[in-house]
Ligand binder design. Structure first.
Ligand code: ZN
Ligand code: ZN
Length: 389
């Protein structure tokens, strides 16, 4: 089959690789009809996530048709159309039974590697380094789906691939980012990042009752997408975000702040950004956490900071004094996608949200290398790339 493989720093290629096979009784094989490039794939592409090897197949946002099932997959049949959540979860462990699907204790065969970095392991993730299991990803013609009796959601034919594809990650991730904010009527929520997750966080915060959502980015075409979802926007290259947020909230700060940026934040005008760049480039810290620092410093006293951006390891100059002295709450997580699939499918079906608004490019799978380039470098007003195998 054809698959998008890592071929060195800032390089992927679409190559012929062996077809996936059923390895376990709870596996299924899915013939992929649509798959997407995620902002978090760019951290692999950049070389900032450890344990990515040449030849690894990328992609954790995919859907398609079931073409083969293992003997213990009773809920799926050949021909079913499914979307596949990016976390691989067993359904039986303590985390899974408590709805913490992305913290599944059974799905990462390289748990010992993850334990060294994080203390305990997270779940396995499709196409996301050997730290999260070394599973082949879905930017390919076919994928093996472990625990297929637990994860995939069947979808009827009346919805298009583009309408439901983002249930695999960015819609539920943005939604969870907003849900973690415990939004009350009248709340003002600020969202750092107008990439796909940030855009879905904006839309979701309104779905959950926010009075006003403020979205922060530096690319006008991305901020324009946020305005389409109802956000008031701030360009951090044009205004001081701390001052602007204070002014917009009567001096108190937003009730909740969502970090949808993660480990590769930019802030070209400040000394702290230069410090982060040097320390990250020399592998002395893994993150450039400027957006998170700003979210913490600007949220109101007693407010919530919700972190759904991707972080890998260790960061410097973390403003813990602000957290403790102002009674802040920080909530975070890789999205527990499984629990959001059905409720968010209903929001799509009822027309509360049209996820296709974030798509800027639809390309054949063979053009994945071009897709990575324009998404990484913010060229051609690229907001989201869908690949068609
Ligand atoms: Zn993703
Ligand atoms: Zn589990």
């Amino acid at each position: 089959m054809r698959a998008t493989v890592y071929s060195g720093r800032n390089s992927v290629q679409v190559e012929n690789v062996p077809d996936p096979k059923i390895l376990n009784r709870r596996d299924a094989i899915v013939k992929i009809t649509s798959t997407a490039i995620c902002g978090s794939d760019l951290h692999l592409y950049d070389g900032y996530v450890p344990e990515v090897k040449k030849g690894d197949i990328f992609g954790h946002e995919f859907m398609g048709e079931v073409v083969e099932v293992g003997p213990d997959v009773g809920n799926l049949a050949v021909g079913d159309r499914v979307v596949v959540p990016f976390p691989i979860a067993c359904g039986n462990c303590t985390s899974c039974r408590n709805g913490l699907w992305s913290a599944c204790e059974n799905s990462n065969p390289n748990a010992n590697m993850a334990e060294k970095v994080w203390g305990h392991s997270s779940c396995g993730i499709f196409g996301y380094s050997h730290l999260t299991g070394g599973y082949a990803g879905g930017q390919a013609e076919y994928a093996r789906v472990p625990f297929a009796d637990v994860g995939p959601l069947k979808v009827d034919d009346d919805l298009t691939d583009e309408q439901v594809l983002f249930l695999t990650d960015v819609f539920p991730t943005g939604y969870m980012g907003a849900e973690l904010c415990d939004i009350q009527g009248g709340d003002i929520v600020a969202v750092w990042g107008a990439g796909p997750v940030g855009l879905f966080a904006v839309a979701s915060a309104y779905l959950l009752g926010a009075e006003q959502v403020i979205c922060i980015d530096r690319f006008e075409y991305r901020l324009a997408k946020a305005r389409e979802a109802g956000a008031v926007t701030l360009n951090y290259e044009q205004v001081d975000i701390v001052d602007a947020l204070r002014e917009m909230t009567g001096g108190r700060g937003p009730d909740a702040c969502i970090d949808a940026v993660g480990m590769e934040a930019h802030h070209p005008t400040t000394a702290i950004h230069a410090y982060d760049r040097v320390k990250q480039a020399t592998r002395q810290e893994t993150e450039r956490p400027h957006a998170l620092r700003e979210a913490i410093m600007t949220v109101r006293n007693g407010g919530i900071v919700s972190v759904v951006g991707v972080y890998g390891g260790l960061m410097d100059k973390f403003p813990m004094g602000s957290v403790v002295n102002r009674s802040l709450t920080i909530k975070a997580g890789q999205c527990h996608v499984h629990k959001y699939l059905k409720p968010l499918l209903e929001h799509i079906r009822s027309g509360d949200i049209d996820p296709t608004w974030i798509i800027s490019h639809t390309l054949p799978l063979d053009e994945a290398p071009h897709g990575y380039e324009i998404f990484k470098h913010k060229q051609e007003e690229c907001t989201k790339v869908v690949l068609k195998p």
